[in-house]
Design a protein around this ligand. Structure first.
Ligand code: AMP
Ligand code: MG
Length: 318
């Protein structure tokens, strides 16, 4: 079983041996390995059961260190980095040879992030290589937002999980690419579009599909609990008032479902609080053994857009 602790030295030992550790960040927990080691990268894909067409984000501790493994940082990317790094922002930048094709699934860009979490930053500062780290969940399942979520699902495959408490943002980073002078949001995430646009002006939001070559891995069905999740708009009212139905709401209980079967993401209508609770509450409801879990979409603004993206994917079965 994995050891859960706060000992950076122990995490470094495991990483130096080209093995993987659970990494706390402000978005979700990562499954981290030496980004320069093929052995470590291969281990990440194996432990997660992740298809190799789904590339990994590379984490480091400062924008200066990003230069070790990317060829150039466009001006707009520098501007965003200045405002939001460390933070829930991932930038796609042209990779140097030192980043293997396995990390980027053969793409010329590497995804780069500086996590805003004290333990993660301390770990990264004490390593002389960056860390490749996808979310620390089995492929397709809900992302982990605590060390115990990681232990629960990958504990038998990971030696050490660095415990940094509950993730403060709770959903994955926003991913931004720069293509022919255009700024494109490839994944809506923990940094709201409004905040990005306040710095660099209008951006294009690319709605993803599994056939989108610019953002492989953005599958229609993702982040899903084992219990079937459905949008409440799609339900038959007669079905609701039973023991067997769970509900994940935003700020109000659904009067057709017993209250004890419901969890509210943010009774005070706070989208940041809702993002922080989203995955943990999906897990809690998933563990209750309901036949189905119903949910509804949140206001399509700020972090609500990224939350809705996760809800829609979790409710998709293809
Ligand atoms: P995860 O770390 O599990 O949240 O997933 C990382 C996601 O980032 C992938 O599923 C891709 O959609 C995206 N990504 C990572 N690297 C690249 C890249 N080089 N080019 C485009 N998208 C990427
Ligand atoms: Mg993931």
């Amino acid at each position: 079983m994995a050891i859960i602790g706060k000992d950076i030295k122990q995490a470094i030992e495991v990483l130096m041996a080209c093995d993987v550790v659970g990494l706390p960040t402000e978005t979700v927990y990562g499954l981290a390995g030496n980004a320069y080691s093929l052995e470590a990268i291969t281990k990440i894909f194996t432990v997660k059961n992740r298809p190799t067409f789904d590339p990994l984000i590379v984490h480091t501790s400062s924008i200066e260190r990003v230069q070790e493994f990317v060829k150039e940082i466009p001006e707009q990317a520098q501007l965003l980095a200045k405002h939001f790094m460390p933070g829930p922002l991932t930038l796609l930048l042209p990779k140097k040879e030192i980043i293997s094709d396995l990390v980027t699934s053969g793409l010329g860009n590497v995804a780069v992030r500086i996590p805003n979490h004290p333990l993660a930053l301390e770990l990264l500062k004490n390593l002389d290589f960056p860390l490749a780290a996808p979310s620390a969940n089995p492929f397709g399942y809900i992302s982990p937002t605590s060390a115990y979520h990681v232990e629960n699902q990958l504990g038998d495959k990971v030696k050490y999980i660095l415990n940094g408490g509950e993730c403060k943002v709770g959903i994955e980073s926003s991913i931004i690419g720069f293509f022919d002078g255009e700024i494109v949001v490839l994944r809506k995430g923990g940094l709201a579009i409004e905040e990005i646009e306040a710095i660099v002006g209008k951006v294009r939001i690319e709605e993803h599909s599994s056939s989108n070559p610019k953002a492989p891995g953005m599958l229609k069905s993702h982040y899903a609990p084992r219990t079937r999740l459905l949008l409440i708009d799609d339900c038959l009212l007669a079905e609701l008032n039973t023991e067997r139905i769970g509900f994940l709401g935003f700020d109000k209980f659904d009067s057709n479902i017993p209250n004890e079967n419901q969890l509210l993401l943010s009774p005070s209508c706070d989208l940041s609080e809702a993002a922080k609770n989203l995955f943990a509450y999906m897990r809690l409801l998933d563990a209750r053994g309901f036949d189905k879990i119903y949910t509804n979409l949140l206001p399509e603004k700020g972090l609500g857009r990224a939350i809705n993206d996760r809800i829609k994917r979790a409710a998709t079965q293809e």
